[in-house]
Structures are given as C-alpha cells and as structure tokens.
Design a protein around this ligand. Structure first.
Ligand SMILES: *Cc1c(COP(=O)(O)O)cnc(C)c1O
Length: 861
C-alpha cells in the first residue's frame, strides 16, 4: 500500500544535546568534515542508511542511544565545541569584511540549488554551481540572501529498466524531514506571498528557510491549503511541466522571490539587497517586481528600469538555444494583463522580452533577452563562453563589434571543501600541514609519490565498492527476488585505469561518442596488458527521448558479458554518487560538441582530487589545459558534417587512451608507482586547485560585478533617485535625436611616408551632432590590426576631444557654421604590421557601464 501523506516525527533531544539540533539545522555540515564525523559517531550504520543526512539520522536514532550519548561527557563536549565553532564561523569577520565599497546586501536567485544529497533541489550543473556559490559566499563572508523554489519532488529519481530505458519516479519530499524551517510572521503564523493571476485567481506560497553557513536561503512552496489543487502543484517538480506551468514557476521565483525578501527583511531586520544576481534567465521577472515597487514610489517606468538595471547582475549559462526559456508572447501577455504588477503596463513587459533583432521570433518572449535588458551587468561562465555569448546576443547591440557587447565572463569554480575527498584532505593535513587543499604545496617532497599514489588508490577502491553496491541494488530492483549473479561482485577492478564520465544527457554532451567504434572501445576495455574501465552516469530530461535512447544504447553495450565488468552505467547520478565518483577516477572524460559546453564543472571537481582531464577544448578546459594536467581531444570544427566530426573526434579519443593515457598509467617503478603520472597529479593539484575553487569565482563576482553594481545602484538611488531620473530622460533624448548624428569627414596626418613604431597618428573628425551636444557623445578612434576585407582585430579605442576655433582642445566644443563639431586626438603606433582605424560616435554618460549600452553607434563611412 502507498501512503497518501508522509511526515517525519523528530526525536526529542535532551537539553544537553541541543547542539545537535543546531548543527543539523545549518547545512554547513555538508562541507564540514568534523561535524559529519560527529553525526557518524552517533550511529555509523544509521549514518550510512540516512545517506549522510543529519536530520534523517536524528529521526532514526533510538531513544536509548540518545540517552547514552547524553550521558557521554566527551561526546557532549565535542558537540558543544562544534556548535561554538559554527557560531564563530557565522559571526566572525571574513574576507568580504575587508573589501572596500562592497555592497551591504546581495540577493542571489536560482531555479535550483544543489547543496547536499539530503536536499535534492537540483537537476545538474546549474544547481550544483548555485550551491557551491552559496557555500563559498558563506566561507568568504558575503552578505548573500538566496532565493529559489521548494520542489515537492525535486527533479526525479532515475532507474533503468532491464531493456535499458530510463524510468523516472518522483518521491515526495517531506520538508519537516529536511533542514528547513518555515518563515513565520510576527503573529507566529506562516508568512505568505501572493501573486494575482488571470481570472481573479491568486497564487499563494509559503517560504522555507535554510541556513547554508551564514547564507540564508529562502525557498517558495505552493503546496499549501490556500491554493486550489491546480495551483498547489506549481512547485511540484523541477523543470517538469511545459509552457504555462513553467511560466508560473518563474513568476513565482522572480516576483514572489522579491516579495519573500521583503517579508524576510521586515521580519528579520536584515537590510534589503542593493544588488540582485540572477543565475540564468529563469528568475528574470524579479526585475519587474522591483520596477513595480519603484513606480509605486513615484518613478516612471523608464526611470525605474534604470534604477533596477544599475543593481542587477545577469549570468547566462548556455549557448544552446534549447536551454533558453522562451514563452509564447500571448501567454506572457495574459499573465501581465492583471493586477500582478501594479503600475507596470503589459506592453512595457512584453517589450523587454521581445526578440526584435535579426533572426528573432516576434511571437516569443525570451527570458535571456529580458535578463540582459534588465541588467546593466552580465556575464558568461568561462572565457570562451563569454565570447560565444557576445556573439550569440550581439543582435541586441546592433552596429557594435562582438568585442563591445557588454557581456563579460567569470569562469565557474567548485567548492573545494565539498568536493575534495576526506582521504585527500587528511593527506594534506598530515603531510602538508593544511586541510585547505587549494593552498597546500602539492609539489613538496613532504608528501611522497607513494603516499599520493596510495591515497589515489584508496579513493579508486572506495569508488569501485560503491559502484558494485549500486549495480547490485539496480540489479535487485530489476530482478526482485532473484539471486545476485557473482559477476557483480567482480565488476570493475580497484587497480585498473578508471575513466569517469557523468553529466546530464542532452545531445550536445555526446554520451555515446565513445561507442562510435564499438570494436575499438571493446579492445581498449578488455586489453590484458593495460585494462581500462569506465564508470558512467547521467540523467536524461524526462521529455527527452533522444537522450534516453543514448542511455539505452550505452546500457545495452554494457550488458555484453565481456564488457559488463569493464564498463558500467550507474543509475541516479546525484551529489552523493558524485562525491565518490570524481575522487575515484583517474581520468575524467568530457566530449561535448565545442563550443556548446558553457563551462562544465565535473572535470573541475575531478581535478581537485587529482584526476587528470581528457576533454574537448571547450568551456573551462579551453582556458586551463596546459599539456601537463591532462589531454585535449582535438575538436574537428571544420569537419563536413556531424557524423564526420564524431568519427574524427572519437578516433582521437581512442588514440589518446591507447597510445598516451594507458601507457603512462601502467608505466610503473619497482614499487608499483607510475612516477610520470604522479607528477601530473601533483601538477594538477598544485596549479588547478586554487584556480578552480569557487572562492576564486566568488571573489571575481565581487570584484567584477557585485561591487560595480552596488556602486551604480547607490549612485542612481541617491537623492530620491535623481540620477535614475536624469539617466532615463537623457536616454530618451539621445534615442530620439540619434538619427541626427553623422560623421561628416575624417582626416589624419602626422605620419612619415613609412610609418614606424612609436610614430603618432593625428586624427580629426568633423561630426554633426544635430540636437545633441558634445558632452552627450564620445567620438573615438577605433584601431587595431587590419585584416583582409578591412575588418579590424584586437581593437583599442582612443577618445577624441572637441576642438575650439584656434585648434586647441576645450571642454566644450566649438560648433562651426554648418553646425558640426570637430574632434581631434592622437594615436601612438605601438605595434608593427598592418594597421587600420575608423572613427565612431557613441553615447556618453557617467552612468553607463558600457558604450554599447544603448545599442547606438554611428560609424564613419
Ligand atoms: C558537477 C555536477 C554536475 C555538473 O557537471 P557538468 O560537468 O558541469 O555537466 C551535474 N550533476 C552532479 C551531481 C554534479 O555533481
């Protein structure tokens, strides 16, 4: 029989053990080894059975054991010490407190958060990244307030049928059994947010709070009696439904999320955020709620938009068009033709998400496009992805070169304390004197090759044991009541070269590239001399049958009796599996279609544990591969078609494994240590760990995005939004009058017949400004390497100054009889080789973050 309702009865802990409640209630335990050890000590077996979940464990432990622990002075003392440590961690000044001009409060919105296996509110990389962002933000002391949704069934649980087809189940989570507490109003009743919907309906949500170290996470939940049945399911699953369901989730996340922050600020006295960061476009509606508030405070829509933009950061995460949310325009229109956002006209909303550029579709509302229009600060998630994004969205800034598109990049990172195996942490502590593996001196002789290789071997053994257990469980699920075959106990070899591959299964990640030549793969796997084994995992989106077919193909291949001990597919990839998988693999494989992997983070997590990467030069690997930390699979961008490309890249993959990787792995000294390989491990740990750490990433966000956004937000809000009003009026004027701007004539001089490096080029441009004045514009020489077809590369800009009649420059320009202004300046030739330049005019204001912001530019012809 199935239960129709579930809830969790918590153990009542005696006063003396109250520290356990506090420690279990703050997710810092998920990256704090000593706290995990404390819970494991309570009952090692139940700790395993709870999948390392302190709240779950406390729900299972017997009253007798609790009484025993309460009488154990040493245990009580340890628990109290850890509670003191947690309280100190939460309140002491950390890195952020030493930063100048950093914002006093930052909101971080994401549709998913992957923090711990015990809180399954994520589907893949985006969510894990968000979880890692919160953890590092906490470690660094950022005043971050995070907002998401609470999904009753999270994403889904994956099983594989005997014929290899993915099966999804949606076990219902009980929030009372999770490290969450409901946000209550001053009267003690659960606080609620409400959203007006079409046809006079209202969507209500309560707000769960989670503590992630010092970061507060608010999760909105619609499964409450105030909603009718259809609205209770708005937060049923992550990425579950289609159009309207998805839109409701995103309205709740963005608009409801800001309302939840307002409630929380009122109730807790915490400062309302100055900076709003939206992790991907899903939360983009948050900007509209803030605009609505500003309109209520007396601003016009355009003014409010400028104020919101100044303090908003938008991160785009995918160059795959299918990964971007687009809604039918009419659907968005219906939802905003209501009382949802007082003071905001539906046409203004629609304009923000319109794809009014070449190749755009006028019938859709694009969340990424709105995200970029609502944010003055935007970024991609690796250098290459920044470049790709500037190209992909360049239609929003017509007339500008791709390099001018105002989207920067911050390469993702991963939270080292979460993702580094405790065995490696212990080695660092014992031999290198620090538990922080990102600063440990991995090249030091203090840790011998033998030590390092031994720990790597233990991590591999741990993975093999876990994988066998998972294969056994899966087999039993598929064949209930039958005897488990012996081969499962012999699957995988704890000493063999182990390649890991796990990720979501969208087509571009090419799960089955390795199967391109099955015979070749078979030979590699079954080699007597240099055996190779592969451990593979990944979930396909439930609606993606193509992805499920890829899994089926792989599973079918792995059923072959010759193969099944060497290549295994582990069902239900999640954080718990991942934490053993990355440390246990020798080589982490990634073979996406370049450049569709925006960053990729699993390889980073593997590298933090000393695994070497084998990857297409995409995402993070494109910027960090150095020849010593792994191998690059050459991408065949120039191949005639997809099939040819797959063939070439698969061939390169087999070659690398056969001729480089396996020989190096099995090249051992007399003690059985692969000295050359260990050298690469040391190099990887020493050089990549600090770079790949989420601390590096979060610090970059603070420096490049949060601090500028915070400053812009405070400038624009000062004196009752004086600058916001000024900027909006000025933009209107500039947009209206821009058609009058023209470069009439450009002349240059000052160079010898054969110019040399160091010479100066004098440039003068006569510009018609129409109704605008010289202070409204920046007239610039853009110069660089001149290529074939007159295109410029590696461009630099130099601003020209307006001239007065006598030829000297002055702050205000002299307008000649025909109404034009002359601008002049000098370029020093710094580089030999071909040189080209042009002159352009762009709008100029101290409040702009980029000259491309208005999408207006006039170039000389
Ligand atoms: C890191 C991680 C991902 C994302 O990996 P990518 O390489 O970025 O695709 C997905 N799922 C889990 C469980 C992870 O730990």
């Amino acid at each position: 029989m199935k239960a129709i309702r579930r809830f969790t009865v918590r153990t009542v802990l005696p006063e003396g053990l109250s520290a356990l409640d506090e420690l279990a209630g703050n997710l810092r335990w998920s990256w704090h080894q000593p706290t995990q050890e404390l819970f494991a000590f309570i009952d090692p077996e139940l700790w395993g059975a709870s999948h390392h979940d302190p709240v779950g464990l406390l729900g299972m432990v017997s009253p007798e054991r609790v009484a025993e622990l309460a009488a154990d002075k040493q245990f009580v003392g340890r628990a109290n010490d850890l509670r003191t440590d947690l309280r100190t961690y939460i309140s002491e000044p950390r890195w952020y407190q030493g930063q100048k001009d950093a914002p006093a409060s930052i909101a971080y919105f994401s549709p998913e958060f992957g923090i711990a296996a015990a809180l399954p509110q994520y589907s893949g990389g985006l969510g894990i990244l968000a979880g890692d962002h919160l953890k590092s933000a906490s470690d660094l002391g950022l005043p971050l307030l995070a907002v998401g949704l609470f999904y009753r069934s999270g994403y889904f649980k994956q099983a594989i049928s005997p014929d290899g087809w993915q099966q999804e189940t949606y076990p219902v989570l009980d929030p009372d059994g999770l490290p969450l507490s409901v946000l209550r109003g001053a009267d003690g009743a659960p606080a609620q947010v409400a959203l007006a919907l079409p046809a006079g309906r209202t969507l209500f949500a309560r707000v769960w709070q989670a503590d992630v170290g010092r970061v507060k996470l608010l999760l909105l939940d619609t499964d409450i009696p105030e909603n009718d049945e259809s609205l209770r399911t708005v937060t049923d699953r992550l990425y579950g439904g289609g159009g309207e369901h998805r839109l409701l989730q995103e309205l709740l996340l963005g608009i409801g999320g800001v309302r939840a922050i307002k409630l929380f600020s009122e109730l807790s006295g915490r400062e309302f955020p100055q900076v709003f960061h939206t992790n991907e476009g899903h939360a983009g509606f948050l900007g509209l709620e803030r605009i609505s508030d500003l309109v209520a405070a007396g601003l016009g829509f355009g003014e409010a938009l400028e104020v919101v933009r100044a303090g908003t950061v938008f991160t785009t995460h995918t160059p795959v068009p299918a990964g971007i949310d687009r809604f039918e325009r009419s659907l968005v229109e219906a939802y905003f033709s209501t009382d949802l956002l007082p003071g905001v006209a539906v046409q203004d909303v629609l304009a923000l998400g319109t794809e009014n550029y070449e190749g755009g579709n006028a019938g859709v509302f694009n969340m990424a496009v709105m995200g970029l229009r609502l944010a003055q600060h935007a970024n991609g998630v690796s250098k290459l992805h920044g470049e790709v994004s500037r190209g992909m969205f360049s239609g929003l800034w017509p007339g500008f070169d791709q390099a001018d598109v105002p989207i920067t990049s911050v390469t993702n990172g991963v939270h080292a304390p979460t993702w580094t195996d405790p065995m490696l942490l212990r080695l660092a502590e014992d031999k290198l004197g620090t538990i922080d593996t990102t600063v440990a001196d991995w090249r030091s002789k203090s840790v011998s090759d033998e030590d390092l290789w031994r720990v790597r071997g233990q991590m591999r053994e741990q993975l093999v044991a876990d994988a066998r257990e998972r294969i056994r469980d899966a087999w039993q699920q598929q064949n209930p009541g039958s005897v488990v075959p012996t081969w499962i106990g012999e699957a995988l070899d704890p000493a063999a070269l182990t390649i890991g591959f796990a990720r979501r299964v969208p087509t571009y990640k090419r799960l089955t590239l390795m199967l391109h030549d099955e015979n070749r793969l078979r030979a590699i796997l079954t080699s007597k001399k240099r055996p190779v084994q592969m451990i593979i995992a990944g979930k396909s989106h439930p609606a993606d049958d193509e992805g499920k077919r890829l899994i089926q193909r792989l599973v079918t291949f792995a059923q072959d009796p010759d193969i099944r001990k060497r290549l295994v597919f582990l069902p239900n990839y999640d954080i718990g599996m991942a934490q053993l998988l990355y440390p246990g693999t020798d080589v982490w494989l990634n073979n996406p279609l370049r450049p569709l992997e925006a960053c990729g983070t699993s390889g980073m997590k593997a590298a933090l544990n000393g695994a070497l990467n084998l990857s297409i030069l995409d995402g993070w690997w494109n910027e960090y591969y150095d020849g010593e930390n792994g191998w690059a699979i050459p991408s065949s961008d120039a191949a005639g078609d997809a099939a040819e490309r797959d063939a070439l890249e698969a061939g390169a993959l087999y070659d690398l494994i056969e001729h480089q990787i396996a020989p190096r792995f099995y090249d051992r000294n007399k003690d059985g240590v692969p000295v050359r390989w260990v050298k690469s491990i040391r190099h990887t740990l020493a050089t990549l760990s600090p770079e790949l750490s989420a601390d590096r990433m979060v610090k970059e966000y603070v420096g490049k995005l949060y601090t500028p956004a915070g400053k812009a937000a405070s400038v624009i809000a000062a004196d009752d939004y004086a600058a916001g009003r000024e900027l909006a009026a000025w933009k209107d004027e500039v947009r209206r009058d821009w058609s009058g701007v023209q470069v009439l004539h450009v002349e240059s001089g000052g160079l010898a017949a054969i110019p040399r490096v160091g010479d100066e080029l004098h440039v003068r441009a006569r510009v018609q400004l129409g109704a605008l004045s010289p202070e409204d514009v920046s007239v610039e020489v853009v110069y660089g390497k001149s290529l074939e077809g007159d295109s410029l590369e590696d461009m630099t800009t130099v601003q020209l100054a307006p001239l007065v009649e006598d030829g000297s420059s002055a702050a205000t320009g002299a307008v000649t009889l025909d109404g034009s202004t002359t601008f002049a300046g000098t370029v020093t030739l710094k580089r030999p080789g071909s040189f080209g330049y042009n002159v352009r005019v762009v709008p100029k204001s101290q409040y702009l973050a980029s000259p491309a912001e208005l999408g207006l530019v006039t170039v000389a012809h």
